[in-house]
Design a protein around this ligand. Structure first.
Ligand SMILES: Cc1ncc(COP(=O)(O)O)c(C=O)c1O
Length: 364
């Protein structure tokens, strides 16, 4: 038998919520009746014009993708009023997280981030042999920047700030993030993961892109997987100082973003009204669902995203199984908490009905 690294062997492969097919088989449900609210995906399809552009790109599938992402990097640069050299794309921002940790981490170093936060921060550390320090959230389920700053030591190479934070949906006021960045040694890379940035409608929140442009030790991560509804095509990017991005690119797989993804992402740009419409629909549904939780006395975190972190009871896995049996897949978290993605109006209605059934069954 081959010999595997102990730290890799101890991992369980990452699962993006239970697959619909699995749930259909296990519970004898019709595949089409199952709704998946477990992966923070958009309930809507791609933006107008994207499917046509992507279909056209498929006709050249015999060719390798553009390794320099010329068209997409110029289009994103225009959209953000920055330069293409301030951008580095990856096969989803998840791939960039691994590239970043590979480039700056390794044995004898560590990565610091809040917890609970996006699980891939832990995977990226482990894959690269980097140690990791997981700093508990504060009692409002927000990142505790003081505690994160205190956790940075001489071995720290990267600090990851998920803003808004997954799985809790909470935001950190941007003034606080800017002050935090000021206090981090320049040898430590600060990654601000803004995967859910477009959903936030709170004046305290701003992007950290200006800091990423001004400093060599700050990066912002963005993705086309969330509000842009392109999760299947795997396109994410980092915004940062050109000298930093040149180094990170050395840790990247070549041809990391497929051509259909590049074309689809470019075709999604320049549609601010579509972003606004989707963000507003999400915000209304999110507030409705948080209201439902409040009415039922369920603890939840104040979300600014397309998902809500809420407490179901003592046994989150058992309780989320009750949802699964009824054809609604949500994400179990630890200590009785769960995360549900805001779905379409119909999906949200079904979620609320099933929530009431589950609460009744748990009360029995
Ligand atoms: C905080 C955060 N960052 C990044 C990602 C990954 O995005 P991508 O699909 O671009 O890999 C997610 C996806 O769930 C996320 O929650």
């Amino acid at each position: 038998m081959p010999r595997y690294r102990d730290d890799i062997s101890a991992l369980r492969p990452y699962e993006v919520g239970r697959p619909i097919e699995d749930v259909a088989r296990e519970h004898g449900l019709d595949r089409d009746s199952i709704i998946k609210l477990a992966a923070n995906e958009s309930p809507e399809g791609p933006f107008p014009g994207v499917i046509e552009a992507a279909a056209e790109a498929l006709t050249s599938a015999n060719r390798y993708p553009d390794n320099d992402l010329w068209d997409l990097s110029h289009a994103v640069a225009d959209e953000l009023s920055i330069e293409p050299r301030n951008l580095l794309f990856g096969n989803g921002s998840t791939a960039l997280l691994a590239d970043i940790t590979n480039a700056v981490g390794g044995p004898g170093t560590n990565s610091v981030y809040g917890w609970p936060s996006f699980i891939m921060y832990r995977f990226a550390a482990i894959w690269s042999g980097t140690g990791y320090v997981e700093v508990p959230l504060d009692d409002t389920f927000s990142l505790d920047l003081d505690a994160i700053a205190a956790a940075i030591d001489e071995d720290t190479r990267v600090v990851i700030i998920c803003n808004p934070n997954n799985p809790t949906g909470t935001i950190i006021p941007s003034d606080d993030i800017e002050a935090f960045i000021d206090g981090v040694p320049e040898s430590v890379l600060v990654v601000v993961d803004e995967a859910y940035h477009e959903f936030v409608d709170d004046d305290r929140h701003r992007t950290a892109i200006p800091a990423a442009l001004a400093r060599t030790n700050v990066l912002v991560l963005r993705t086309f997987s969330k509000i842009y509804s392109l999760a299947a095509l795997r396109v994410g990017y980092a915004v940062g100082h050109p000298s930093t991005l040149v180094e990170l690119r050395k840790a990247q797989q070549p041809l990391t973003v497929n051509q259909v993804g590049q074309v689809a992402a470019k075709a999604s740009l320049g549609q601010p009204e579509e972003i606004r419409r989707r963000a507003e629909a999400n915000s209304a549904a999110r507030h409705h669902l948080m209201g439902v939780m409040a009415e039922r006395g369920l603890p939840y975190a104040e979300s600014h995203t397309n998902f809500i972190f809420f407490r179901l009871g003592d046994q989150s896995r058992g309780a989320t199984e009750e949802f699964t049996k009824r054809g609604v897949i949500i994400r179990p978290m630890s200590k009785g908490w769960a995360r549900v993605t805001v779905g379409s109006p119909d999906e949200n209605k079904i979620f609320v009905a099933v929530l009431d059934e589950v609460l009744e069954s748990l009360a029995d």
